[in-house]
Design a binder for this molecule. Structure first.
Ligand SMILES: C[S@@+](CC[C@H](N)C(=O)[O-])C[C@H]1O[C@@H](n2cnc3c(N)ncnc32)[C@H](O)[C@@H]1O
Length: 252
């Protein structure tokens, strides 16, 4: 089935589409201390909760990029409903193809929960670094291994052991690129359970309300399989953090 339709169905109940609580996201926003008129770029903006909250808090402008037509429609609607005068633009395109205007460098560049766009965590930090202004923030959300993943779990989720690092490795990759790690937000069990559980809930409600949709069986089969893997292994094995790096203010 269409991947974007699947994501739309399973994330209908989420405010943020990653395993972080809204309270912790607010904490992150408070630390960013942007100025009115600063420009923000968010790759894989999802339903744009982060960039819209940044605009509400600081009066920033910027660009949100996402490949899902459902997400971009939600993002534009949220923009119009909550802060229509903010100079925000939402682009439906592959984040990998996005290039800023030649002279533009952003005060904050984020990619939360979509590092595959740039071939992984290191590639994401490199790409975002190239689009950030000196002294700007680079914010990424990335899974990490809480413990060595059992082979059966890797097989169940179709991932390679090296797809993710440990928390320390995720931090050090940024440091090795010359970025300074200034803060991390780490999801707790409750944050993860909410992120996963809302997908089960949303899928079951949708299936109940759309019994004639040709994708009902596919959606339920996939969500129930993921639920089993999460309960059996994932809950104790895979963790999640948002890393806040600062690009050096000095010319190198
Ligand atoms: C886990 S969600 C995170 C969304 C948002 N950053 C958040 O935290 O609420 C991943 C997002 O990546 C988007 N996405 C996936 N592949 C993409 C690509 N190649 N380019 C841009 N966005 C992409 C999906 O549509 C989805 O909105």
């Amino acid at each position: 089935m269409d991947l974007w339709k699947f994501f739309d169905i399973t994330h209908r109940e989420h405010v943020v589409c990653n395993p972080m609580s809204v309270q912790k996201l607010e904490e992150l926003i408070a630390l960013q201390r942007l100025e009115p008129g600063n420009r923000v770029l968010e790759i894989a903006t999802g339903k744009a909760e982060f960039i819209v909250r940044l605009a509400e808090t600081y009066g920033i402008g910027g660009v949100g990029v996402d490949l899902s037509p459902y997400c971009v429609a939600d993002a534009r609607e949220k923009h119009q409903e909550r802060i229509p005068d903010a100079p925000l633009k939402f682009l439906e395109m592959d984040g990998a193809d996005y290039e800023p205007e030649p002279a533009e460098r952003f005060s904050l560049v984020a990619c939360i929960g979509a590092s595959w766009i740039y071939g992984g965590h290191r590639g994401t930090l490199k790409a975002l670094n190239g689009m950030a202004a000196r002294g700007g923030w680079i914010v990424v959300g990335e899974p990490y291994w809480r413990q060595e993943p059992p082979p059966a779990y890797l097989e169940a989720i179709g991932e390679d052991r090296n797809a993710y690092g440990t928390h320390d490795e995720n931090a050090m990759i940024g440091q090795a690129l010359g970025l300074e790690l200034v803060y991390t937000l780490v999801s707790n069990q409750d944050d993860w359970d909410r992120y996963e559980g809302l997908q089960w809930y949303a899928a079951e409600v949708w299936a109940n309300n759309h019994p004639d949709d040709p994708d009902v069986e596919d959606v339920l089969e996939r969500v129930r399989r993921d639920k089993e893997a999460y309960l059996r292994w994932g809950r104790e094995t895979l963790a999640w953090a948002i890393y806040m790096f600062r690009k050096s203010g000095q010319e190198k």
